[in-house]
Design a binder for this molecule. Structure first.
Ligand SMILES: NC(=O)c1ccc[n+]([C@@H]2O[C@H](COP(=O)([O-])OP(=O)(O)OC[C@H]3O[C@@H](n4cnc5c(N)ncnc54)[C@H](OP(=O)(O)O)[C@@H]3O)[C@@H](O)[C@H]2O)c1
Length: 251
């Protein structure tokens, strides 16, 4: 079979109902995968599944034990070839403004849930003989940004989790990598992009001079999910228009 195809393979995408996750689900389906879309809102899951050939959905919250049990049940009887931890979110603010619950929620959503779900799905990934796990991190986990320390710390942890698990699971034939986006046009960052001063500051900091489209992140995730990347594991790939390599902006 072509290393550029996922025919007959099962791929689970958390947060697959909109934004980057929706684009990832569509991209993986385009390569022939049977996609399982996970998000909390049933109507969003139904709408996404209706638009993706061969897809099915699970309405579940990845931060709850019940939600993760529903996800496990949906793929209990089959090998899982591709697992994309994409569900994530941020509450922006300085540390002093956060209450306990907000910090714990940011860590739970962006770091603890992917770890718990990966642990639970490990037997299904091992059964796939050549599975790929992709973490959707953020450049906020690699360089310092005024984005909120709880989110940034969780995303940094998620990238390190990919390296550590890549080592731990290599002999199980499971690869684990991270894709770290910079600003990408989705509902999550609409409020930031709608502010002209913030948008101008972001564009000035981006060598390619524009915001990413969700599909431009999804194609990088798909590459790491495909057998085409079979010797790549434990890596973090920034999809950032050159933001993290810019030492000094062009005058
Ligand atoms: N957009 C950017 O500029 C950007 C930049 C860097 C990194 N990222 C990362 O990329 C990922 C996707 O971001 P996005 O911009 O596409 O976000 P988005 O537009 O807000 O979409 C988030 C998706 O995750 C689902 N979701 C949220 N909480 C969930 C939960 N607890 N359990 C299950 N599903 C949940 C949402 O559906 P429900 O609300 O129905 O659950 C939705 O499908 C995130 O990890 C984010 O941190 C985004």
């Amino acid at each position: 079979m072509s290393v550029w195809r996922l025919d007959g393979k099962t791929a689970l995408v958390t947060g697959g109902s909109r934004g980057i996750g929706r684009a990832i689900a569509e991209e993986l389906a385009g390569f022939g995968a049977r996609v399982v879309v996970v998000a909390r809102t049933p109507a969003g899951v139904d709408e996404a599944v209706a638009g993706i050939a061969g897809a099915r959905g699970v309405a579940a919250d990845v931060t709850t034990a019940e939600g993760r049990a529903a996800i496990m049940a949906a793929v209990a009887a089959e090998p899982l070839h591709v697992l994309v931890h994409n569900a994530g979110g941020n509450v922006r603010g300085p540390l002093a403004s956060y209450d306990d619950a907000t910090i714990e929620r940011m860590i739970a959503l962006n770091l603890t849930s992917p770890l718990l779900l990966s642990r639970d799905l490990h037997p299904r990934l091992r059964a796939a003989s050549g599975a790929s796990v992709v973490h959707v991190g953020s450049v906020a986990g690699h360089v310092a940004l005024p984005t909120g320390v709880a989110y940034a710390s969780a995303k940094a942890g998620l990238a390190q989790a990919a390296r550590t698990l890549a080592l731990e699971w290599a002999r199980d034939g499971i690869r684990v990598n991270t894709v770290a986006p910079w600003y990408t046009r989705t509902p999550l960052v609409e409020p930031v992009l709608a502010d002209p001063a913030k948008l101008a500051a972001i564009l000035a900091r981006t060598p390619l001079g524009r915001i990413a489209e969700p599909r431009e992140v999804a194609t990088a995730v798909a590459f790491l999910a495909l057998p085409a990347s079979s010797y790549i594991t434990g890596q973090a790939l920034a999809v950032d228009g050159g933001m993290t390599i810019q030492g000094l902006a062009q005058p």
